[in-house]
Every structure is written in structure tokens, then in C-alpha cells.
Design a protein around this ligand. Structure first.
Ligand code: URA
Length: 208
């Protein structure tokens, strides 16, 4: 049987050691179809840590999170909200790309509960090592992984929830940038404005 992620993580491992160990992760079946583990990256002591769902097609090939279209939208919104992208950390709940073929394309498939549970210790270890002041869940998968299955992004986005951890960490959730890319043309601008507003709230929260 494959080792669980929790068994793979030495208590003393720092972020770069975690990344190296995660590269060989076989704790769920997704390593068979994903090109590589896509571990989080960014400022090692970031004040803000963003959590997406899973790497997309571009991220799977590059081995880096949020480098495709959703990442570009996030970059633009961060700039608009006055958050320096080089000061944040970005990662995903699930570290391998789950997809199904459609013609020649690889179409994103939602990770299931077992895959999310198997992968979660990586996310918990990243949050522990980075020790951010605010964790921002992007979309329902990340929000529910962090805040429980009853969390509804549509109703609770932009709220700040205290995380039971030393240092008084906060968790908040907003929509996933991919959902804005998928929005009908006549709704996209409004959705982007709301997303940027949520990020602005995060910046304000950090200013105190
Ligand atoms: N969507 C995600 O949730 N994460 C990525 O890294 C890219 C797209």
C-alpha cells in the first residue's frame, strides 16, 4: 500500500524539503495521470497564502501553480487590489492535475473527497511552514477543505474566520478565478470587480 502523506512528512522538514518529498507522492491515484506534483510556491514567509483547487493543464506541464489563464487573472486582480504578487504564496488543495480526455484536450475533473483528504496534509504543512496571517481559499473546493463542507462561497465570501492556530490566523474565501473566466461575457466584468473587492478586503485586513 502507498504511504499516506502524513507518513511522508518529517516534522522538521522545511518548505523546500517538503516540495522534494511531495514530488514522489503516490498517496492517491492522481500521480498516475498527472505529469508531476505541482507544489505551492511563493514567498516562504508570506502574509497571504492563496489556496486553489488543483493545478490545471498549464500548471501540470509547467510544474508550477497558477501560471495559466486563471493565474493571469489572479495576477491582474492582485495588482488591482494593491497586493504585490511576489509577497504571497500560492498553492492548491490537490497537488496533481485530475483530468479526462475530450478529443485532444485534457479537461479538468473535480477531485473527489478521498483525493482531497489524501492530499490535505501537504496543504496543512505548507500553511504551518509559511505561517501566513491570512489564508484565502479560491473557490468552493478550497473553501470547504479549509472551512468545512457546509461553507458556501456564494453566501460567505469575504467573511474572515478565525483559525484555531497560534498567531491568530484568519481564513477567508472568494470565488475561483476560473469561474470568472467561464462567466458569460455580460457578467464577467462585474464578477471580476467583486473578486478584486474581496482581495482588497484581505489587503485592508492586513493593514489592520
Ligand atoms: N486552478 C487552480 O485551482 N489552481 C491552479 O494552480 C490553476 C488553476
Amino acid at each position: 500500500m502507498s504511504e499516506t502523506v502524513a507518513e511522508m512528512i518529517p516534522a522538521t522538514a522545511d518548505l523546500s524539503q517538503l516540495r522534494e518529498i511531495a514530488a514522489g507522492c503516490t498517496a492517491c491515484g492522481l500521480y498516475k495521470t498527472g505529469t508531476q506534483t505541482v507544489f505551492g510556491e511563493g514567498a516562504p514567509r508570506a502574509q497571504i497564502l492563496f489556496v486553489g483547487e488543483q493545478p490545471g493543464d498549464k500548471e501540470d506541464l509547467a510544474g508550477r501553480p497558477f501560471v495559466g489563464p486563471a493565474g493571469r487573472l489572479l495576477d491582474g486582480a492582485l495588482e488591482e487590489a494593491g497586493i504585490d504578487r511576489t509577497t504571497v504564496y500560492v498553492t492548491n488543495v490537490v497537488k496533481h492535475f485530475k483530468w479526462e480526455p475530450r478529443g485532444k484536450r485534457r479537461i479538468h475533473k473535480k477531485p473527489n473527497a478521498a483525493e482531497i483528504t489524501a492530499c490535505k496534509p501537504w496543504l496543512e504543512a505548507e500553511i504551518d511552514r509559511v505561517d501566513p496571517q491570512v489564508v484565502v481559499a479560491l473557490g468552493a473546493t478550497a473553501a470547504q477543505a479549509l472551512l468545512g463542507r457546509s461553507f458556501r462561497v456564494s453566501k460567505q465570501r469575504g467573511q474572515f474566520v478565525e483559525w484555531p492556530a497560534p498567531g491568530g490566523r484568519l481564513v477567508t474565501a472568494t470565488v475561483h478565478p476560473s469561474s470568472i473566466l467561464r462567466a458569460p461575457d455580460d457578467e464577467r466584468d462585474a464578477q471580476l470587480t467583486e473578486f478584486t473587492r474581496d482581495l482588497t478586503l484581505v489587503a485592508k485586513e492586513l493593514e489592520g
